[in-house]
Unconditional design. Structure first.
Length: 677
């Protein structure tokens, strides 16, 4: 019975990996629900199937660092200002913690480790196939769009569109940067097995070919950070391999020379991948202009630093960058635009800096400690295993474990470098994958069965570490399994409703249907402020089809205010309330909401445009001109024609008003004519 539960638990874990690798590639939690519950179920089954025959060396320091960091994330999430935003860090962080426990504590036998590597290899090949399809057939396609073909009621999944203008080659990922993050964490394990793994030659050839496939994905991705980080990973691999060879040569007192061919082969591969990647980058950005700009990242980093200054020790709360960032921006800020529209920042595009802003110096120190302790333990194992191998064989490592740890170490180094320019840890599958790779270093696993008698040492499991670890993983797994059906239902209905509102609204029936879906979303998940906001938007659109119906407008204000209670610093919500109150003729109350919107969103053209319309209606033409000018001051054609027409109208009305005032003053100055005698 226990063996059956253990097998079922591992099968759920592998299936969860497949689904996460295909659908957990977005920054939203909605597709993440398709695979994460299998991880949680595997963790729960791990309680019943836990046995004491495990034979890996689990590092206590790694275990403690992961527990402390995860606990701190959860505590800061409870203190966050917006529960719905913080929940994403909780869901991704808790699933990553479960992935670490499953890899480091539960699945440490050779067959477990190689099964994981096989699944990751299949995902590499799947990303390559999808990327080539995007490159040659349809750049907007993704795995979710294929699901939408299966059943009509899954058509809402087609709303998950790839922004292929950013990169035509993205694989399962909407963004090529995150595709490269996945490749960094997985590809170097395959490279290490190819070069140093004590496995069958056929397996080595397969691993080498799949590593080449991962390199092709990076080269075609047009991700500057991904190409640089992948190159740094290759450099780290060559340096570590050469160092281990030198130490081995010294230990054998010069009897064995260090081999040069792995370094030469890696250098040649790096040159080929680098040249292809550079050609792709120059095709996209223009010759000589690949690194001319950072796509607004420097401004994002500046806002994150300002946020950190507000709470330097503990941070402002989990996932709070999106919450605080608009208040640090003004109309003079050079900002990211997409389709000539300013983008409200969601992430700082630097996971280390966002950790500092959201979790403070303590959180960053914990994150660095987790990374450093695991890397040191991994490197220590490589040194120890290499020394043991020197006395028993001519290979660099005693068995497969050394190669897997070496690849994991190089992949984490590349990934950590890439995290300095992107938000890799806020992509579900990459967060779980990073934790699992750390787990490979925290516990290299059980030695090969045929080498147990050779080494003469079989590390016994430590119940004082393993039992609490499995139980601690089961707690968040159980909570998430209990809670996610309602959260997933809320996301499902919200996405269906958003699909009806994102395009051209054809009539009242479409608005009513969208409002019904948003109502269902908030009933399932009352914290879903996006659903509350778009429910109000649907009611506003319905009011327009009914000739500005006061009934629907009042309903929309109720929805907007509910969203505002959940997300009080969102300027778009406040501006929508003010605009709706304007439609009802409640000018004074609308003024209060517009002022609140300006306080938190002074850098948004949309807020200035709405407020300028309000000022124009109330006859304050001079103030309206200033805000219309602010909208036109920003680059891009977004609403430029509309704002320019309104500006000219304001200037004309202001001129007429001043002319009228001048005439009235002249009348007052002119003495009345004397009556005739």
């Amino acid at each position: 019975m226990i063996r059956a539960l253990d097998t079922l638990s591992f099968a759920l874990c592998l299936l969860g990996w497949l689904l996460l690798g295909v659908y957990g590639t977005w920054k939203e939690t909605a597709p993440f629900w398709l695979g994460a519950p299998l991880f949680w179920a595997a963790a729960l089954l791990g309680i019943f199937s836990l046995h004491w025959g495990m034979r890996g060396r689990l590092s206590r320091s790694c275990m403690v660092s992961v527990l402390v960091f995860t606990g701190y994330i959860m505590w800061r999430a409870l203190k966050s200002d917006v529960a719905y935003l913080a929940r994403q860090d909780v869901v991704f962080g808790a699933t990553a913690f479960i992935g670490w426990i499953l890899t480091a504590v539960r699945y440490e036998r050779p067959r477990h480790r190689f099964a994981l590597i096989v699944v990751w290899s299949l995902l590499i090949l799947g990303n390559l196939a999808m990327g080539l399809y995007q490159l040659n057939v349809n750049p907007a396609s993704n795995a979710l769009s294929f699901l939408s073909w299966l059943r009509e009621d899954l058509s809402w999944l087609a709303d998950y569109k790839r922004d292929y203008l950013d990169a035509e080659f993205g694989g399962f990922f909407p963004n090529s940067n995150h595709l490269c993050g996945f490749m960094e964490l997985t590809a170097f394990i395959l490279l290490a097995l190819t070069v140093f793994g004590r496995v069958h030659s056929f397996v080595k050839v397969l691993c080498g070919l799949i590593f080449v496939a991962a390199s092709v994905c990076v080269a075609l991705s047009t991700s500057r950070g991904g190409a640089l980080a992948f190159g740094m990973g290759i450099a780290a691999f060559a340096a570590l391999a050469w160092l281990l060879r030198l130490l081995r040569k010294r230990q054998l007192q010069g009897k064995q020379s260090a081999r040069l061919w792995p370094v030469v082969a890696l250098s040649a591969l790096a040159l080929i991948v680098g040249s292809v990647a550079w050609h792709q980058l120059e095709t996209k950005f223009g010759e000589g202009r690949v690194f001319n700009n950072l796509n607004g990242r420097s401004e994002l980093w500046s806002r994150a630093f300002e946020q950190w200054e507000a709470a330097p020790i503990l941070g402002t709360g989990a996932r709070s960058f999106e919450y605080y960032e608009p208040s640090f921006r003004h109309m003079g800020t050079a900002w990211i635009t997409w389709s000539e529209t300013d983008i409200d920042a969601i992430f700082a595009h630097n996971d280390w800096l966002q950790t500092l802003a959201d979790y403070g110096l303590i959180g960053l120190a914990f994150a660095v400690a987790v990374f450093a302790i695991h890397c040191w333990k991994g490197f220590s194992f490589l040194l120890r295993d290499s020394r043991e191998s020197a006395t028993s064989s001519g290979a660099l490592f005693t068995d497969h474990r050394g190669a897997i740890v070496l690849g994991s170490l190089c992949g984490m180094i590349a990934f950590a470098i890439h995290c300095m320019a992107d938000f890799q840890m806020h992509i579900g599958v990459n967060a779980v994958l990073a934790a699992s790779v750390l787990g490979l270093m925290a516990n290299p696993g059980q030695p090969d069965d045929d080498l147990e008698t050779v080494t003469g040492e079989i590390p016994s499991s430590d119940r004082r570490i393993r039992v609490p670890a499995v139980l601690l993983a089961a707690i968040p797994a159980g909570i998430l399994l209990w809670s996610f059906p309602l959260w997933a239902a809320g996301d499902l209905k919200f996405k269906k409703g958003l699909g009806l509102l994102s395009g051209r609204i054809e009539g009242l029936e479409q608005c009513i249907k969208a409002a019904g879906l948003m109502q269902g979303a908030v009933q399932a998940d009352p914290l879903h402020f996006d659903a509350w906001f778009y429910w109000g938007y649907a009611d506003t659109a319905a009011a327009q089809f009914l000739g500005v119906s006061p009934v629907f407008l009042r309903k929309s204000i109720e929805r907007f205010k509910a969203a505002h209670e959940l997300y009080p610093q969102n300027p778009n919500i406040s501006a929508s309330i003010g605009r709706t109150l304007d439609d009802l003729g409640q000018r004074e109350e609308a003024e209060e909401w517009f002022r609140k919107a300006l306080r938190w969103g002074d850098g948004s053209r949309l807020i200035h445009l709405y407020f300028a319309d309000h000022l124009m209606v109330t006859g304050r033409y001079q103030e309206a001109i200033e805000h219309y000018t602010a909208v036109l001051h920003k680059q891009g054609d977004w609403k430029r024609e509309y704002a320019n027409k309104r500006l000219q109208r304001c200037i004309e009305l202001l001129r007429k008003m001043r002319e009228k005032e001048r005439q009235e003053k002249e009348k007052q100055k002119t003495p009345p004519s004397s009556p005739p005698p």
